[in-house]
Design a protein around this ligand. Structure first.
Ligand code: PLP
Length: 385
């Protein structure tokens, strides 16, 4: 049966993706090879368990695929152990927390309004905020983390786990300092590199591996793979607890998930293969160059820009005008998202800024010149609201 209704909608979405300028920092365009694996017959197969230890028959080829994803991922991410089964970033972080914390233990992450993620202990409404006691750190007026203040907080609160990772932070993260601080209180340190994974793999953001116990990451943002996530265990992690890899695997399955999505894992193997090329390194370097060019152009046009040292920036557009700016930009073919600015006093539904990222259009081949011109256009639209 041909489902024309869905086909038509997919076609329209495809045109939307092709025709607009995409600047949501967490979005990208996966390759045809990645999408081929995602749409393959692997979606038909159940494979509960891990390679060589499955609960169902018929996993001869699936095992080979998952092992390839693990080996390629370990190589490009530089970790000792890698679980490639998390369905997405949120379940990956939940699995890590489930593996290493008891209900009521203390967890510490960056505030959502400061560019942190919901799964890093956002109070009351999230799994990590409901089941654990959450303390959160903030950024300063300039949008940066003050590591001395963070250290004071950690020494006073002594959390059992610290989440070092961000969704809207335009600066390089000092994983070394995070590591020194976590070690002072014996806390587990988790680097959630979801946003910057492509930059880390491409060598344009320092790797956290030497300083943290665990690395989590989504695979669909700057990494440019399928939607999904991974959990890596570092040498430092295994030194802290030789059973760490087993604990993580058990938390993913059977702790939190059932059958892994092997089509997604095959696509991830393809993406990791693509990461291991000079072309990917060039792409990662270009993302950062493009972000700098865009930030500079916006500044020249009089806008206040937080950042950038990575793939994204936060732009102040006026009190409560973030949503209006995002809507107006979309009307002009430019897709961004409304975002809080550091210490925003406006509500999160009507924040005072927008978040802009360069990975997707870098994949499309854009360079500094295009981003400079885009900056002029964006500034003109923002000034008109
Ligand atoms: C830092 C970080 N961690 C985790 C996630 C969650 O990923 P997902 O949306 O795949 O659950 C995100 C998504 O934006 C993120 O930015």
């Amino acid at each position: 049966m041909v489902d024309q209704q869905i086909r038509d909608l997919i076609k329209k979405e495809e045109e939307r993706q092709q025709n607009l300028v995409h600047l949501i920092p967490s979005e990208n365009f996966a390759s045809d090879e990645v999408r081929m694996a995602l749409g393959s017959c692997l979606t038909n197969k159940y494979a509960e368990g891990y390679p060589g230890r499955r609960y169902y028959q018929g996993n001869e080829f699936v095992d080979q695929i998952e092992n390839l994803a693990i080996e390629r991922g370990k190589k490009v991410l530089g970790v000792e152990h890698l679980n490639v089964q998390p369905y997405s970033g949120s379940p990956a972080n939940s699995a890590v927390q489930m593996a290493l914390l008891e209900q009521g233990d203390k967890i510490c992450g960056l505030k959502l309004s400061a560019g942190g993620h919901l799964t890093h202990g956002h109070p009351k409404i999230t799994f990590s905020g409901k089941f654990f006691e959450s303390v959160q750190y903030d950024v300063e007026e300039d949008g940066r983390i003050d590591y001395d203040k963070l250290e004071e907080l950690i020494l006073a609160e002594k959390p059992k786990m610290i989440m070092a990772g961000t969704t809207a932070y335009p600066y390089i993260l000092d994983f070394k300092r995070f590591g020194e601080i976590a070690d002072k209180v014996g806390a587990w340190l988790v680097a959630d590199i979801s946003h910057i994974a492509g930059l880390v793999v491409g060598g344009v953001h320092p790797s956290p591996n030497e300083y943290v116990h665990i690395v989590t990451s989504t695979t669909h943002k700057s990494l440019r793979g399928p939607r999904g996530a991974v959990i890596g265990v570092t040498k430092k992690g295994l030194e802290k607890d030789p059973e760490l890899a087993k604990k993580i695997d058990k938390a993913v399955f059977p702790g939190l998930q059932g059958g892994p999505h092997e089509n997604q894992i095959a696509a991830l193997a393809v993406a990791f293969g693509e990461c291991d090329t000079q072309e990917f390194k060039d792409y990662a370097a270009q993302i950062v160059k493009n972000a700098k060019a865009l930030a500079e152009s916006l500044r020249k046009n009089g806008l206040k820009v937080f950042g950038t040292e990575n793939h994204l920036m936060v732009v102040e557009v006026g009190f409560e005008k973030g949503k209006d700016a995002a809507v107006k930009l979309e009307e002009n073919g430019i897709v961004v998202n409304a975002n809080t600015i550091p210490h925003d006093t406006a509500s999160p539904f009507r924040p005072s800024g927008i978040r802009i990222g360069t990975p997707a259009m870098t994949t499309r081949g854009w360079k500094e010149k295009e981003f400079e011109e885009l900056g002029n256009k964006i500034a003109g639209i923002i000034k008109s609201i």
